[in-house]
Design a binder for this molecule. Structure first.
Ligand SMILES: [Fe+2]
Ligand SMILES: [Fe+2]
Length: 237
């Protein structure tokens, strides 16, 4: 029996396939994952009974890694090779498309001007965010794990405790989440207009996929990597 008072985050972590279902239904499972499933369903205007039915019958994918138990070094490298690489590849492609579409359709679709401003801030926020994770947070987490596998002890880091960079990364996730939410809202869910050309459709399709990938990426960090890193660190000193 699934407990509806559990948070969306708990379902996302514990139930295989839950994130896919939440993504499809527009249930926020990364930055807003602290809500109970019943509240989140009300907010997303979906039936709680249907969601529970889907969750209870979701098949578990046998070949998928369980990130709740995998080594954190593997989780970190999965995040970098799958999600960070994707962000770095997509940002310049989407930027070029957006500029092209805005120069052609900006007069009839003034939301594109706002979209350009939002995209620019998304791009600069995300690029510096990925760098901080890759240069400071992730190597430290992997180092904690290695220390535990050998001596079990390590010197405290210059940032005091892993909770500090994690808190900063979570704030940045919230901010990025807000930016992409506004992009979603001004484009009515990344729906290209009737008169939109092929590039317009390609742009909005690309942004839709980018948003879905970002949700999965932030879910892996906020809901799995960060709590596991805090627990791991507590065993090293
Ligand atoms: Fe990341
Ligand atoms: Fe992140």
């Amino acid at each position: 029996m699934l407990d509806v008072t559990k948070t969306v985050r708990e379902f996302a972590v514990e139930v295989p396939q839950a994130t896919r279902l939440f993504e499809k239904l527009g249930i926020d499972y990364c930055c807003g994952g602290g809500k109970s499933l019943s509240d989140a369903c009300v907010q997303a205007k979906v039936s709680i009974d249907e969601v529970l039915q889907h969750l209870a019958s979701a098949p578990s994918e046998k070949n998928e890694t369980d990130w709740n138990t995998a080594e954190l070094a593997d989780l970190v490298s999965h995040i970098i090779t799958k999600h960070h690489a994707y962000v770095r590849q997509e940002l310049p492609r989407l930027e070029a498309l957006l500029n092209k579409v805005a120069s052609k359709h900006g007069e009839r679709h003034p939301e594109l001007v706002r979209m350009q401003a939002l995209f620019a801030s998304l791009q600069s926020e995300l690029l510096s965010h990925l760098m901080k994770e890759e240069q400071i947070l992730f190597p430290y987490v992997a180092e904690c794990e290695r220390a535990l596998q050998s001596s079990g002890r390590m010197r405290p880091p210059m940032f005091g405790t892993v909770k500090n960079p994690i808190h900063m990364m979570e704030l940045e996730h919230d901010s990025t989440g807000d930016t992409i939410k506004e992009m979603w809202a001004i484009s009515t869910g990344f729906t290209s207009p009737e008169d939109g050309c092929f590039s317009f459709k390609t742009l909005y399709q690309g942004l839709k996929e980018f948003e879905a990938d970002l949700h999965e990426h932030i879910h892996l960090e906020n809901n799995i990597l960060f709590p596991r890193a805090i627990a791991l660190e507590s065993h090293t000193h």
